[in-house]
Design a protein around this ligand. Structure first.
Ligand SMILES: Cc1cc2nc3c(=O)[nH]c(=O)nc-3n(C[C@H](O)[C@H](O)[C@H](O)COP(=O)(O)OP(=O)(O)OC[C@H]3O[C@@H](n4cnc5c(N)ncnc54)[C@H](O)[C@@H]3O)c2cc1C
Length: 370
């Protein structure tokens, strides 16, 4: 029987530094199969605009494959069963995601499942209750792993199943999706804006105030190892490297949804955004699918401490809308702000009047998103 590698493509839509794709080239045949996120059809889990964003990312990945076809089916389990009748199948999937994604994989019930390395900077897993000791240990004792190059896919060995061949989704091409846009953004940002990052990163809104790498990272369109290496090469002390370590921190801790609720389910909480800054941030998020880190902190704090909303409801709302939604980073940050985990100070409560005075003194932002 021929050995067939089925590479599941989830949030890892890139050709550089992709262990699964690289390994698949040593099998007799390989097939690329895109998998949609769990609960794809539940509107409250994934708002329509975020859905289009993900679809646009899948389109970009399919295009980047050139002659090698991508496949997509609503019944991946059935397809895998059929393939197993004719091939010795190994399923390759990047190790990522939380329990739900792991469940999705287990449900396929394949004999050979190979989990490949996650899109993290450090191979060695470090568990720490808070960020600072985690960062210190990594910086002192661990070695960041090096990114692999771009895989050369052999079109002649690619298995093509016409009925399951991916047809592009009918959605606009978002400028912030796709591996080539990701790599171009990293190069431009590091060349032009790295020096000013620590001064500007807290702005409420400005396209180059922060890197905007998050959407590319969330879709796996760029390698975290590569970005980190590029920063280290230019300016190892730069604060941007520390922010990437925050992502790393949450990825190493994993996701724990069993933590206690804090707050309650407030009916119509969307109409209780009594502070104009909270209202403006909410409007920007729903309209664009992106808000700055400072805005996320302010809105999350307002919802938890002023509205009294359960942090789990706030986190789910961010999940539905954020184009850069990342299971570990989103829930980790909510837990931090709400003071249920990770924060040695037991939570972060922001004074919105002071935040407005500092970051939007002339109300430009508030007026724009009123
Ligand atoms: C309540 C809340 C929810 C969040 N949800 C998400 C989410 O779902 N997905 C997501 O990618 N980020 C999330 N963040 C973290 C952060 O706000 C975004 O990563 C950042 O604003 C993205 O913009 P940027 O790429 O320009 O960031 P930059 O400031 O340029 O930072 C560079 C990279 O560092 C990482 N990073 C920055 N800040 C954080 C942080 N606080 N925690 C972990 N990693 C960080 C990200 O990968 C980011 O792309 C959340 C923050 C809060 C407070």
């Amino acid at each position: 029987m021929e050995k067939l590698a089925v590479v599941l493509i989830r949030n890892d839509r890139r050709l550089h530094d992709h262990e699964g794709l690289t390994l698949s080239q040593s099998f007799d045949r390989y097939l690329l199969l895109a998998l949609l996120p769990p609960q794809w059809d539940q509107l409250e889990r994934i708002a329509p605009e975020r859905k289009r964003f993900i679809q646009s990312s899948i389109n970009a990945f399919a295009e980047s494959l050139g002659p090698v076809p991508l496949h997509l089916t609503s019944e991946p389990k059935l397809l895998l069963e059929e393939l197993s009748e004719n091939f010795d199948v190994t399923l390759l999937a990047e190790s990522q995601g939380a329990e739900e994604e792991a469940h999705q994989l287990r449900a396929f019930n394949v004999r050979n499942l190979l989990l490949t390395r996650p899109n993290r900077i450090f191979e060695q897993r470090e568990i720490s209750p808070t960020f600072t000791p985690f960062r210190k240990r990594l910086e002192k004792f661990a070695k960041a792993s090096s990114p692999e190059g771009r895989v050369a896919l052999h079109p002649d060995r690619a298995l093509v199943l016409q009925p399951f061949r991916f047809a592009p989704f009918d959605v606009p091409a978002f400028p912030s999706v796709g591996e080539s846009n990701a790599r171009a953004r990293v190069k431009v940002y590091l060349e032009r804006y790295l020096d000013s990052y620590s001064e500007t990163r807290n702005y409420l809104e400005a396209p180059d105030a922060s890197s905007r790498f998050s959407t590319f990272l969330a879709n796996g369109e760029v390698s975290a190892r590569w970005i980190y290496q590029e920063i280290q090469r230019r300016d190892p002390e730069n604060w941007l490297a520390v922010e990437l370590l925050w992502r790393e921190f949450f990825w190493h801790q994993g996701a724990n949804f069993a933590l206690p609720s804090r707050g309650r389910s407030v009916s119509g909480w969307e109409n209780k955004l009594s502070h104009p800054l909270a209202r403006a941030i909410f409007n920007e998020l729903v309209t664009t699918g992106y808000i700055s880190n400072r805005s996320r902190q302010i809105l999350a704090s307002f919802l938890v401490y002023e509205v009294g909303l359960d942090w789990k409801i706030g986190g789910a709302f961010f999940e539905a809308h954020l184009h850069d939604y990342d299971v570990f980073v989103n829930w980790g940050n909510w837990q931090y702000i709400a003071g249920v985990k990770f924060d040695p100070r037991g939570g972060r409560r922001f004074n919105l009047d002071l935040q407005q005075e500092k970051y939007d003194p002339d109300e430009t932002y508030i007026r724009k998103w009123a």
